[in-house]
Design a protein around this ligand. Sequence first.
Ligand SMILES: Cc1ncc(COP(=O)(O)O)c(C=O)c1O
Length: 463
Amino acid sequence: MATVDTAALQEMAMKHLWLHFTQMAGFDPAKHPVMVRGDNIFLEDSNGNRYMDFLSGLFTVQIGYSHGEEIGTAMLEQAMELPYYTNWTYSHPKAIELATKLAEITPDSINRAFFVSGGSEGVEGAIKLARDYHNAGGEPMRRKVIARKIAYHGTTYGALSLTGITSIRAPFEPLMAGVRHVEPTNPYRCKYCADQGGCNLKCADEVAEVIEFEDPSTVSMVIMEPVQNAGGCFTPHPEYHQRVNEICKEYGVLHAADETICGYGRLGEWYGSQRYEYEPDIITCAKGLTSGYQPMGAVLFGDKIADRLIETEHMFLHGITFGGHPIVAAAALKNLEIMEREGVLENVKQNEPYLRDQLFGLMERHEIIGDVRGAGYFWAMELVKDRATKETFNEDECNVLLRDFLSPTLLSEGLLCRADDRGDPAIQISPPLITTRDQIDEAIAVFDKVLPQAQDLMLKLRR
Ligand SMILES: Cc1ncc(COP(=O)(O)O)c(C=O)c1O
């Protein structure tokens, strides 16, 4: 294996590489791990430190890191045959095969794929597709989109406009007009039901109220993740998405599921919408579609939309040069084949109760955990100052707890996960879908070691 000059790489990173969502002022190259290789669910940095990757890269590497040769071979074969061709006007076998495969695993009514290069582009495509569906239906006033507070839908302008995280929206305003944000499903802190002993679906009713208020003839689409990532894995009441789906149908609004994270097995089914038993009109997806071995996203959509565009001879004026790239499509097809062959969805289904029990066990042992929530291999532990009152940490305390202590300490203990406060502070885990019970135990042992230290630190801070 090639040796790596860590110091030189870190220095070059500091000088030339602008990291995403990273404070580059005061960037300390020595504290900047450079990942050089991966296997199974592990990563190794240039100093030879190993990490258990309980974030799947970025909610992406469903099959883990050991399939480079197999996926790479499929890509090489494709590269030797046809290294690039477009999906503008013409097509090529791999995009066709992938679209066909996706039609097989999506809900029955979804049979069309428009390929893009990632999650944000998928959301952009959905915004435009929904508008054009209404244009073709003679309702060009339907422009508005309803999304949820705290939800993350990407960083490009349209996607950022749907994103409901004030701190990352505000610096770039004005954004796309006509976006309204409703409450997410967060039973722990929901303004409608946190003190009612359970979800009363008022959060779903709010969607209808906003549509009514805006005038239904101006509303194009409702977009939501099956389980909302930002804020810490907000799981819905089992009937929430079905109710939103009914509301959308009632008002002629399209229902989109942003499955950028929930898709491809994260919740134990191909799509999160299947787990919650609703059929959206549009699914946006990316990440797990290729397990991150190549960049790809897709807007998957229903016959309802395709039929209208075809019947009205309406051309969808949208295109992306690399959308459906043959080498990337080859990687996606191989990834889906590996997922099926290795029973990845079954692994998640079998181990979900075990993972859940271990996380609830952590909550029993550590007062700092106020709530545990999630589904499949997608969980969050919300951290609180006081479990009885649910009092949360203020901004300064969050900085100490998450950024100064938890992130570096978990990393130094060899565990990659996310300590985040885009909503209330939470630790999120989202391991590769091949993760075993033994590996879950290993991660839990790290939390058992680190969480008491976090608790002590916060108590000291208060004194
Ligand atoms: C739900 C959701 N939508 C969209 C995106 C944007 O995806 P990308 O970073 O590939 O543009 C993300 C990224 O994490 C996401 O979680």
